[in-house]
Write a protein that binds this ligand. Structure first.
Ligand SMILES: O=C(O)CCC(=O)C(=O)O
Ligand SMILES: [Fe+2]
Length: 386
């Protein structure tokens, strides 16, 4: 559980790459990992052009008529990739107002090939081709997304080293967990203006309170809206407004579990109000856009590999000795990481399961019900495709 804090710290990527400031960077990173679970990264190594193109084309994608977006509905893909419409997904038992497009790295990294699709024990898989809109509907959308994905993938690889260094671990300790084919996935989300929703309601659930199942999540807030919030230990919500030229990085359940709860996965949500959709000069802002890149350990790693040997002085930093991380860990890795992730994908997107993997879906729902008394939010939101 995150400590009480009043704002999310801002780290600077420049500090990480200069020998004079590296120690300061790692100390700030350790504080963010252990006490907060969230931080901004200023000056991330993503080119301005990549970011601009990517966001521009993403907005154009969501501006397409609904019928065109439904042509690439997620249930058409057996790999859990594609479009999810508004109010089609639930978080914490409530419908989310956002619509989204889920994309993976398949075909983007050189060594990706059909042969590397790893079936789980249950025979379904998460690594496979993306679904794209017709090129003439949003010209340049696919290359702009692929360029962003390959740049953010590189950032995520750098962070496996920084996290190890910040915890006084061997800098290469994580490298064996992250290899092709990667389960990493990006969720491109678009949040409607409350002015277009029920006039009798004041607040809307963009996405409900949850923790990510990832190792780390790299979030690009693409518009000016201040709608993302994180929860402190006392239960209050702190705004994480967009800051120019930053990414927001947060810790997911996998890193929390791997570090025995030293690193904290913090609950967050996107809550939509009318005030957030008014700009500084009272002008109306359009839709809110964000891109969350979820970094996951590769599917072939086993539970024994994943649990790290943490030095005692780092374990002593753990804030919550009753962390549910280890309970979560047992649940997540009871069979294999890959199977756990598939179970979560199936329960998060039952419509994909119903079409492609009906038997596996039934088994996954049984498993989910068995674990329900443990922690509802944990199970719901540890999904790889989340
Ligand atoms: O859109 C955002 O700012 C956050 C989205 C998020 O938390 C998620 O997709 O897991
Ligand atoms: Fe999230």
């Amino acid at each position: 559980m995150a400590e009480n804090f009043s704002s999310v710290p801002v780290l600077d990527f420049q500090d990480a790459i200069s020998p004079d400031t590296k120690a300061k960077f790692l100390s700030q990173l350790r504080h963010a990992l252990v006490d907060i679970g969230f931080f901004y990264l200023r000056n991330p190594p993503i080119t301005e052009e990549t970011r601009r193109e990517f966001l521009e084309k993403s907005l154009a994608f969501f501006d397409l008529p609904l019928s065109m977006k439904h042509e690439i509905d997620m249930p058409k893909s057996k790999y859990f990739k594609g479009y999810t419409g508004p109010r089609q997904e639930k978080t914490a038992a409530e419908k989310d107002e956002r619509e989204s497009l889920t994309l993976g790295l398949f075909g983007i990294e050189e060594s990706s090939s059909e042969d590397q699709v790893l079936p789980g024990a249950s025979g379904c898989c998460l690594v496979g081709p993306n679904q794209w809109p017709e090129e003439n509907t949003v010209p340049g959308f696919q290359p702009s997304v692929e360029t962003y994905l390959s740049e953010i993938q590189t950032v995520s690889e750098l962070f496996t080293i920084f996290i190890a260094e910040a915890l006084d671990l061997d800098p290469a300790v994580f490298s064996k967990f992250f290899h092709v084919p990667r389960l990493n996935a990006m969720r491109l989300s678009c949040y409607p203006s409350p002015y277009d929703l029920d006039p009798n309601q004041t607040e809307f659930q963009g996405v409900g309170p949850h923790k990510d199942g990832s190792f780390l999540t790299f979030l690009l807030q693409g518009t000016e809206h201040s709608s993302l919030e994180v929860q402190t230990k006392s239960g209050s919500w702190i705004a994480v407004p967009p800051i120019p030229n930053t990414l927001v990085i947060n810790i997911g359940r996998s890193l929390e579990a791997m570090t025995h709860g030293v690193c904290v996965a913090t609950t967050h949500r996107v809550s939509l109000t009318r005030e957030q959709y008014q700009g500084p000069n009272n002008e109306m802002l359009g839709k809110r856009i964000s891109a969350a890149f979820f970094q996951y350990p590769s599917s072939s790693v086993t539970p024994e590999h994943l649990l790290l040997d943490i030095p005692p002085h780092i374990l002593a930093l753990r804030k919550d000795s009753k962390s549910d991380a280890e309970t979560f860990f047992e649940g997540l890795f009871k069979t294999s990481y890959n199977d756990a992730i598939l179970t979560n994908a199936l329960t998060s997107h039952p419509e994909v399961g119903a079409r492609w993997y009906p038997n596996e879906l039934a088994a996954a729902l049984r498993k989910q019900n068995e674990g329900k008394q443990l922690d509802d939010v944990t199970l719901k939101k540890s999904a790889a495709v989340h």
